[in-house]
Design a protein around this ligand. Sequence first.
Ligand code: HGY
Ligand code: MN
Ligand code: MN
Length: 415
Amino acid sequence: MSNAGRTAADLRIDADRLAARIAALGAIGKIPGGGVCRLALSDEDRAGRDLVVSWMRELGLSVSIDGIGNVVGVRAGTESGAPVMAGSHIDTVRTGGRYDGNLGVLAGLEVIQTLNAANIVTRRSLAVAFFTNEEGARFNPDMMGSLVYVGGLPLGTALATVGIDGVSVGDCLQKVGYGGTAPCGNPSVHAYVELHVEQGPVLDLEGITIGAVEGVQGISWTEFTVRGVSNHAGTTPMRMRHDAGYVACAIAQHAREIARALGGDQVATVGAITLAPNLVNVIANHAVFTVDLRNTDEAILQEAERRLHAFATEIAAAEGVTFSHRRLARFEPVAFDPAVVDLVEATARELGHSVRRMPSGAGHDAQMLARICPAGMIFVPSIGGISHNVKEFTALADIEAGANVLLQTLLQLAS
Ligand code: HGY
Ligand code: MN
Ligand code: MN
């Protein structure tokens, strides 16, 4: 497919070139089943960062790295001033797919390469960014890098954060060599658009190609620590037990009950749980587990949190154990800029794609950029709604459609 002689509005990305970059990045940290494990600031993350930065430089972008390791590549426009930015993340969860985050960054590079090949210079500068630790799976909260970028989390606090493996963000940044010197939040951003796989089942089930994302639901992550009394599993009468494992599992079961009772968009997940001493014949005296609650409605999300804590207090008292809890992440629902949502929807239509408006169930860097500039997102279908799973898959035709919507949306915003 050649863009020779085409006007900006007729430009199209090169899907095979984009697919090749997705495959090349997906080979770094690859795990059986076609997935990827590149936990934030791991050696695999560093290797992925090095590859993407090398592509940024090959495309002539001027690359800056800030104090939390966010990387921004800028392509100058004919006018000075804040760039229009495309971005996402390239860190993954432990059982990640090759599209979550990576697609938005690599599609941004594909847009740059398409414009370079067509010798088109936009009025506003363009930028492509990847933000540190979007996933929050190793270091809480998620969207950490973009939250620092928009001034929502002090850099020092982020650097001091200790991860699930006992090392700090700051130490890991130094180890991987991405503790940059650029001030956080530079450059300021004129508008931000993120292409991302939906990670849910809606577009695939409805046979729709593009999601014009209206906003992101609220997120509440809490870590509970329950302390009981370890004792012999065989000799201890039930009435004499103070079983931390039982209380943890009861709270996990109740989280599911809360989601069922509230219905609608309410979701609840206990994704991480560890018991001690974690032995078949010893009553657990220690349990640490996480509860992820989300809802598009802030008031209902607060009600879910209230019910969870009320139940935890009640069941702990009844079992004679104590518990403490700490907040790992808490973000209210975010609405994207209506003009950007309209633009994504109209652009998808103009390119002949089916499109629908929808919320995002997952958190994204776009929800942080929305604090400092008009922001929006473009979704493409996740087959079977599968994500955070090695079987995550999006068809190349949908990737091509999404990347072309990104190209034309960025051109509109930068012209
Ligand atoms: O948890 C999330 O929604 C995102 O994947 N960080
Ligand atoms: Mn993501
Ligand atoms: Mn993710």
